[in-house]
Ligand binder design. Structure first.
Ligand SMILES: [Zn+2]
Length: 121
């Protein structure tokens, strides 16, 4: 993995996805080869953070004691403009089909993507 393409899981404020140079498919979870066609010509790319809400929910029971203070909080699955789906923290009130943009916030001890309604371009 190229160090300039670290993503939010490594503390960099960006979403990174992978595109296959063989078949063109994209995916969020990066691998050293394409699971669809087997090509090793995979390329990491920085996503715009723009997308559309696929699903949204509210977490009422936090998964750890550290996060209990934050509950309830929103989580969404978002279909990115680039064609992959990702999970992110989400603003209150997001609904399926809403256009969103991604910012980054500290949540507990981690940096997380945070989707909010997309403003006018
Ligand atoms: Zn492929």
């Amino acid at each position: 993995m190229s160090p300039d393409l670290l993503d939010w899981t490594a503390g960099a404020e960006r979403l990174v996805f992978e595109a296959c140079g063989g078949c063109g498919r994209v995916r969020y979870f990066r691998r050293p080869f394409c699971p669809a066609c087997g090509s090793q010509a995979v390329e990491a790319r920085i996503a715009s953070g723009r997308g559309t809400v696929y699903a949204a929910t509210t977490v009422v029971r936090a998964p750890s004691a550290e996060l209990r203070a934050f509950a309830p909080y929103g989580i969404a699955l978002v279909d990115a403009a680039e064609g992959f789906r990702f999970m992110a923290h989400a603003a209150d009130g997001l609904r399926i089909g809403d256009p969103v943009a991604t910012a980054f916030r500290t949540f507990g001890s981690r940096l997380v993507p945070f989707c909010q309604p997309a403003g006018d371009p």
